[in-house]
Design a protein. Structure first.
Length: 142
């Protein structure tokens, strides 16, 4: 029970994980782990990396966002499932990984989280899928 005997709301695990990732990102910034230009790639580079197969691109948006379309070849890994599916993200310096969300807020926070876990081969995509859509680049249904 919460304050004044009112029932407390339970927060879904997906929101708790997202909050935890964002908190870890904030802690990383507080401990000097600020992101630099080397931690991100432009949307153009991400598209070229995806289409050439040189990088694995993970779309970390949630299922309702994926429903609007994804770029062909992107792997869907909703941020709320990240902890349970961490083993799907290669941790090999020879295997570049790019993270994309809707705008880059969640993907940059997720990058910080993954760096805390020892990942050095991960970068986030500037602009995200909202910018991809503005450019009318091709999308497919997930």
């Amino acid at each position: 029970m919460g304050k004044h005997g009112t029932p407390m709301k339970t927060i879904p695990i997906s929101r708790r994980l997202a909050a935890a990732v964002l908190c870890l990102a904030a802690v990383g910034v507080a401990h000097g782990q600020r992101l630099t230009d080397a931690d991100s790639v432009s949307l153009e580079i991400a598209r070229n990396e995806l289409e050439s197969g040189r990088s694995i691109v993970f779309d970390i948006r949630e299922p309702q966002e994926h429903a609007g379309g994804v770029a062909a070849g992107m792997r869907l890994l909703p941020m709320r499932q990240l902890a349970a599916r961490l083993n799907e993200i290669p941790n090999d310096p020879k295997r570049p990984v790019l993270l994309i969300c809707n705008t880059q807020n969640r993907s940059s926070a997720t990058l910080k989280f993954l760096r805390e876990k020892g990942y050095t081969n991960v970068r986030f995509v500037q602009g995200g899928m909202s910018e991809w859509g503005k450019r009318a680049w091709p999308l497919v249904k997930p």
